[in-house]
Design a binder for this molecule. Structure first.
Ligand SMILES: *[C@@H]1O[C@H](CO)[C@@H](O)[C@H](O)[C@H]1NC(C)=O
Ligand SMILES: *[C@@H]1O[C@H](CO)[C@@H](O)[C@H](O)[C@H]1NC(C)=O
Ligand SMILES: *[C@@H]1O[C@H](CO)[C@@H](O)[C@H](O)[C@H]1NC(C)=O
Ligand SMILES: *[C@@H]1O[C@H](CO)[C@@H](O)[C@H](O)[C@H]1NC(C)=O
Length: 216
């Protein structure tokens, strides 16, 4: 756990830019479903998300009615530009406001990602049976690639389909489904009334809050 946390600190602090003629695209506004699975095959969470790509806001609510057992029940609203997020418990009418130390998340390709390959998955010659995806990846400079690495498979229109986060201690596979290119309910990106005026919680030393951290 501690190594994983340390690793993500490094991943977050070493975001340098490389000059490269392939620049990652930026995802559009999206509404859809997302699943988070770990290397053991446990579905950590499954639920609906809403993403504002310009405002850099993400709401993710894990879906308790989903027939798969998920180990994390979650309702989070993240403001990446402001560096804060809310953990909402609507059943309990409680809300926590926390600082985001790492803004890396599976719906946004980091600016310094490298284009590894473009592959036609399935059959490119049969309508509806194939998909052409770019694989954008990155690792921490100065460290061995296997110590921490992400790989994002993204459509030509910049919809992230699958993202792998691989570290020495754990790995995650995050997939999106049923994506629509609009924000269907803008209210989901507004701070809920139970969260308004909440003080910023102190971050315990050694903790790095990030999207992925919610599933560790
Ligand atoms: C994305 O959604 C935001 C918030 O609703 C809106 O301001 C913005 O114009 C949208 N962007 C596009 C490209 O539709
Ligand atoms: C839960 O998942 C079902 C089936 O995918 C979907 O119809 C429903 O809208 C989801 N509910 C929420 C709150 O996301
Ligand atoms: C969910 O987990 C509980 C407790 O671990 C188990 O009893 C139940 O059978 C599981 N349900 C499904 C659908 O896997
Ligand atoms: C509601 O919040 C209290 C205080 O944070 C917590 O002790 C309790 O477990 C919560 N109940 C539920 C059902 O989440």
């Amino acid at each position: 756990m501690y190594t994983a946390v340390t690793l993500f600190v490094l991943m977050c602090l070493t975001a340098t830019t490389y000059a490269d003629h392939h620049h990652p695209c930026h995802s559009p506004n999206m509404t859809g479903f997302m699943s988070v699975m770990n290397i053991k095959g446990e579905v950590k969470a499954y639920g609906a998300f809403t993403y504002d790509s310009m405002g850099k806001k993400l709401r993710f609510r894990s879906n308790e009615s989903h027939p798969v057992n998920t180990s994390v029940g979650l309702d989070i609203l993240m403001f990446f530009d402001e560096g804060v997020f809310y953990e909402i418990d609507s059943k309990n009418k409680s809300c926590e406001k926390k600082a985001l130390q790492c803004t890396m998340h599976p719906l946004d390709i980091p600016d310094d990602a490298q284009l590894d390959s473009t592959v036609n998955y399935g059959s490119p010659s049969i309508e509806g049976e194939g998909m052409k995806l770019n694989d954008w990846s990155g690792s921490m400079p100065g460290m061995k690639a296997e110590k921490g690495h992400y790989s994002m498979f993204v459509t030509m229109g910049c919809i992230p389909i699958t993202t792998f986060y691989v570290t020495e201690s754990t790995s995650f596979l995050i997939s999106t489904m049923e994506v629509e290119l609009e924000i269907k309910d803008p209210d989901l990106l507004v701070v809920p009334s139970i969260c308004v005026g909440q003080p910023l919680e102190e971050t315990p030393e050694g903790t790095v809050h990030s999207f992925l951290n919610e599933f560790m």
